[in-house]
Design a protein around this ligand. Structure first.
Ligand SMILES: C[S@@+](CC[C@H](N)C(=O)[O-])C[C@H]1O[C@@H](n2cnc3c(N)ncnc32)[C@H](O)[C@@H]1O
Length: 300
């Protein structure tokens, strides 16, 4: 199976998830199976792979290395549904590698590409939910600005949102490249000025923050004692959400009140006090990994 996607922080994931013989694992963002294929090299008893993109699971079922292995179970859907779909299981390790895969980014028809023209879509599971164009048709410029700020803290979000809604209403947003151009010209050697805009819009269309906030605390409850949860994020807003959930689960104060009101029962210990980031060596081979941050907790 041709791999377009390089798994990010692969060795760091394996080290932190601390695979045990006969263990039960879940990869909630199965993607191109970059991490799962390595987990399946170990003597584990079950790996549940989840993805909301049906095409990615179908491709694995056709060509994937472990497609006929009885230890692998694939589940389709947003990971917020995963909890109810696997009620009978407790896990020794869970991986969540957020965002989109390189394949999804490169397939222009999915609408994630800044460089190749594609439709205003950006749904990770095409056919479910509203494509980006429907969001543009329904949101006011102010509502869109709030989404851009909430998801990726885009500076000048109001100005950019006004430009987008105006261009959309005038029929000028014919494809993703026309959308990217609204963020300004690409300067050689620098990342595209529309990168953060596309991240924010993708997070809006796929309701990614809500997915994280709903699911990550529930995943902690599905770990066995000693089980580990590893999360990789690609944007500081995502990392902040994960950090807060982990600190709360570790019994730390996460509120700004003079007298703490948020203190909760200690459910986990923090394995990574600071997030792990890719080495220079990984970055030289895979510049897409540059903003990745890995955090890990262990169930008490
Ligand atoms: C960064 S890729 C994962 C890549 C994978 N770890 C690998 O190395 O091949 C993220 C994948 O998770 C899926 N995904 C993202 N958010 C999701 C969610 N909330 N529920 C289910 N799948 C999700 C995407 O469709 C994509 O295939």
């Amino acid at each position: 199976m041709k791999k377009l996607h390089r798994p990010v922080l692969l060795m760091e994931v394996i080290e932190n998830i601390a695979v045990i013989k006969g263990g039960i694992y879940a990869d909630l963002t199965f993607g191109e199976a970059g991490h799962s294929d390595v987990l399946l090299e170990y003597d584990i008893s079950l790996l549940v792979g989840n993805d909301r993109d049906k095409s990615t699971l179908d491709r694995y079922l056709e060509h994937g290395k472990y497609r006929n292995d009885s230890r692998l179970r694939l589940v389709e859907g947003p990971f917020s549904q995963f909890i109810s779909q696997t009620e009978e299981l407790l896990f020794d390790g869970i991986l969540v590698d957020l965002g989109v895969s390189t394949r999804q980014l490169l397939e222009a028809e999915r609408g994630f590409s800044l460089m190749k023209p594609g439709p205003l879509d950006m749904r990770m599971n095409p056919g479910v939910g509203e494509p980006l164009s429907s969001w543009f048709a329904q949101l006011t410029a102010e509502e869109l600005a709030n989404e851009l700020y909430r998801n990726a803290e885009i500076r000048e979000s109001r100005r950019l949102a006004r430009k987008i809604i105006q261009a959309f209403n005038e029929g000028r947003l014919t494809d993703t490249v026309a959308l990217a151009e609204l963020a300004g010209p690409k300067i050689p050697g620098r990342s595209h000025p529309a990168t953060a805009l596309f991240t924010a819009l993708r997070m809006m269309v796929n309701q990614e923050k809500d997915e994280m906030e709903q699911t990550i605390p529930a995943l902690i409850d599905r770990l066995k004692p000693g089980g580990r949860l590893v999360v990789i994020t690609f944007h500081s807003t995502e990392d902040r959400v994960i950090k807060k959930i982990f600190l709360k689960a570790a019994g730390r104060c996460t509120c700004d009140e003079p007298i703490c009101r948020c203190r909760q029962k200690e459910k986990v210990k923090l394995i990574t006090k600071k997030p792990i980031q890719p080495s220079e060596e990984e970055l030289s081979e895979n510049p897409r990994a540059r903003s990745a941050k890995l955090r890990c907790v262990e169930k008490i």
